[in-house]
Design a protein around this ligand. Structure first.
Ligand SMILES: [Ca+2]
Ligand SMILES: [Ca+2]
Ligand SMILES: [Ca+2]
Length: 341
């Protein structure tokens, strides 16, 4: 594993004064929580004293500013984007998978199970959604039709299996799993659950795999014993991993494969870096936590979640972070967005 020692993290602190289309009067400014690790990272990152276990996705915000919000989920309004967003929310009492149509703002719940369901991700043809669920006693990977039909379990292991990510050809799924001696590793399997094999392991915890658009690499984050989260990429041909960036987690490849958006840690903002560039750019300098970006198919927008309005909501942003649109408006925590093909 190559480890550069001279990597810098930021090109410039980007625009604080993002142009908020729906949110101009509604941004809370509570306690920062700037050292919080990703709420959905598992297992507990060692970088802070916070207890960021897998149950922390139910964490609540510390903001005391009452958001000014419309009465219903906003939909996209004036935005020009199309497609659907899958995400997880505990708005109905426990975490479930939902899909929003970006054209009309309609919301459909895809799962209905007392257990936690989270981390939905679209198959490349849009017909299927893979997700993680604890419905069978511990966290496993499942797939279902994009209408919620026929949920099928793909993994069956006492360790926690989570964060699925499809290969671009739709034939395989990468995931993180607690099958190492003590830590999460990155594994892949065929889309029917067969052929499960380890691809990346380390003494540290590895999580949040993301398959590159050319199918040749899998990016993921590494949780170091001390210091900053790192983004690495495993090369499937060579079987080796390369350090891409220090200070980030939850990588999301742009559709053209030239950049990776990510969660900046420990500040929990949204950043981006170009492949081969050791410096990054802040896209969303959020007053609260902002995490887990995912690009639109065209690459001109991305979706992420933030606590800026008092609880976790989903937001769309233009690729440069300059224009935001809030997608959800619900007291529940809305997280893990995935943009449909
Ligand atoms: Ca559930
Ligand atoms: Ca499992
Ligand atoms: Ca919410």
């Amino acid at each position: 594993m190559t480890r550069a020692t001279n990597r810098r993290r930021w090109l410039t602190p980007a625009r604080l004064s993002v142009g908020l289309s729906l949110l101009a009067a509604s941004c809370g400014s509570g306690a920062g929580g700037t050292t919080a690790p990703p709420a959905d990272t598992s297992p507990t990152p060692p970088t802070t004293g916070a207890s960021a276990t897998t149950t922390s996705e139910e964490a609540t915000t510390t903001s005391t500013v009452a958001p000014e919000v419309p009465d219903t989920d906003a939909g996209v309004g004036a935005a020009t984007v199309e497609g659907r967003i899958a995400w997880s929310s505990d708005r109905d009492g426990n975490r479930e998978i939902y899909v929003m149509d970006l054209v009309d703002g309609s919301i459909t719940r895809l799962t209905e199970d007392p257990a936690t369901d989270l981390y939905p991700t679209w198959s490349p043809d849009g017909s299927m959604i893979a997700f993680a669920s604890e419905r069978d006693g511990n966290r496993e990977i499942y797939v279902m039709g994009s209408d919620g039909s026929n949920p099928t379990r793909l993994t069956d292991h006492p360790g926690e299996d989570s964060r699925p990510a499809w290969s671009p050809d739709g034939e395989q799924i990468a995931f993180s799993t607690q099958r190492g001696p003590a830590n999460d590793e990155i594994w892949i399997m065929n889309a029917d659950g067969s052929g499960q094999e380890r691809v990346a392991s380390a003494p540290e915890t590895l999580a949040a795999p993301a398959w590159s658009p050319d199918g040749e690499r899998i990016a993921y984050h590494l949780v170091p014993q001390f210091g900053m989260f790192e983004i690495h990429a495993y090369d499937l041909a060579s079987g080796s991993s390369e350090l891409l960036f220090e200070g980030g987690a939850e990588p999301a490849w742009s559709p053209d494969g030239t950049t990776i958006a990510f969660t900046i840690l420990p500040s929990t903002d949204i950043g981006v870096f170009e492949m081969g560039d050791e410096r990054g750019l802040i896209l969303i300098d959020d007053p609260e936590r902002a995490q887990d970006p995912d690009w639109s198919p065209s690459g001109d927008s991305f979706v992420f979640w933030s606590d800026r309005d008092g609880n976790s909501e989903l937001y769309l942003s233009t690729a440069d972070g300059s224009q935001l649109t809030r997608l959800t408006d619900d007291p529940g925590n809305d997280r893990n967005p995935s943009w449909s093909p």
